[in-house]
Design a protein. Structure first.
Length: 114
């Protein structure tokens, strides 16, 4: 299984970005996809997750600003990020979990700066 993330970049405070992560390979239909992030000097933290049934979970810091969604047919998860703040600057990693397996994408850098 491989995860390919895209969509990071430089954006001004208050701006928006959309991250995508496509999975390839054999994947159980029952799974959880999500996004984590790691800022310089900090530990990796949960941003949001979504189950194959569509149940979502968000970190308190992004609730109301970020939206996670997925396309099961395309095996792709998305993260729509609005009202971005400098504190959102981090490398964002997509994640896929099923049947006890845990997979990570390569990370995509999001920089929020004026």
């Amino acid at each position: 299984v491989q995860l390919q993330a895209s969509g990071g970049g430089l954006v001004q405070p208050g701006g928006s970005l959309r991250l995508s992560c496509a999975a390839s390979g054999s994947i159980f239909s029952s799974n959880v996809m999500g996004w984590f992030r790691q800022a310089p000097g900090k530990q990796r933290e949960l941003v949001a997750t979504i189950t194959s049934g569509g149940s979502t979970n968000y970190a308190d810091s992004v609730k109301g600003r970020f939206t996670i969604s997925r396309d099961n047919a395309k095996k792709t998860v998305y993260l729509q990020m609005n009202s971005l703040e400098p504190e959102d600057t981090a490398v964002y990693y997509c994640n896929l979990q099923f049947a006890g397996w845990n997979y990570w994408g390569q990370g995509t850098l999001v920089t929020v700066s004026s």
